[in-house]
Write a protein that binds this ligand. Structure first.
Ligand SMILES: [Cu+2]
Ligand SMILES: [Zn+2]
Length: 242
């Protein structure tokens, strides 16, 4: 009887060891999933990239989901929960786009795109119909472009109560003091500006661009005149409501 118990436990032991070996072999497969969620005004797009490493070989699978934020989030959550991946990285990208409309009898119009990724906000503006040369571009305090001269947008957005100046200046600058850009001979200008001092719709009113306006000026910001750099008429305006 004792021998039987001993051999039985030995058998169990062997089974356990061999099972354990198979488990180790399977564990050699390592999955990494990265999720990029892009949230626009009316649609959310998720790009899910799964990288599988097995026996030194790497394969990549890319899946995309589109729809409302809730739909896409549910699909992504289900996929990442069932994946048994070693690493799941989730990246949220928020993107909103606005029209810049002519003001002060100008022909200056274009598009502003705001993107938030990894705690940084990028403003990209493309403007046509400008007079060739230097123009100022700022964030003003109110998303109201209704008046013909654009003055309904108020003064420079200045939630930290500093003086007007060049972005990053030690003597102070407004959170809306983007600065100047150049329009080429055809009247086209482009601005690309990235900062971690802004956010898109967060709770921090010192950072939040929601409810503000983008204003393009006829002239150049001298970066010293108070309170707004003496940049002249407001030639294009976009209200930032998202
Ligand atoms: Cu301005
Ligand atoms: Zn300013």
């Amino acid at each position: 009887m004792k021998t039987r118990i001993l051999s039985l436990s030995l058998l169990f032991c062997f089974t356990f060891v061999s099972c354990n070996n198979t488990a180790k072999k399977e564990a050699k497969e390592e999955k990494t999933i990265s999720v990029k969620m892009e949230r626009n005004e009316d649609m959310t797009v998720a790009t899910v990239t799964t990288i599988t490493k097995k026996d030194g070989k790497e394969s990549e699978e890319v899946q995309t989901f589109e729809g409302s934020y809730e739909e896409v989030k549910a699909k992504v959550d289900l996929l990442t929960q069932n994946s048994q991946a070693a690493t799941v990285e989730k990246k949220r990208v928020k993107k909103v786009q606005f029209e810049l409309n002519p003001k002060s009898d100008s022909t200056a119009q274009g598009k502003v795109t705001l993107t938030e990724e990894d705690g940084q906000v990028t403003l990209e503006a493309h403007i046509n119909g400008l007079t060739p040369g230097t123009h100022a571009i700022h964030i003003h305090q109110t998303a109201d472009c209704s008046s013909d001269d654009g003055k309904s947008a108020g003064g420079h957005w200045n939630p930290t109560f500093q003086d007007h100046g060049a972005w990053g200046a030690e003597t102070g600058f407004h959170r809306g003091d983007i600065g100047n850009f150049t329009a080429d001979a055809s009247g086209h200008g482009m601005v690309k500006f990235t900062t971690d001092l802004w956010c898109l719709g967060c709770g921090d009113e010192v950072k939040n661009l929601m409810g503000k306006a983008v204003i393009v000026h006829q002239g150049e910001d001298d970066l010293t005149s108070q309170p707004s750099g003496a940049a002249g008429a407001r030639v294009s305006c976009a209200g930032l409501i998202f």
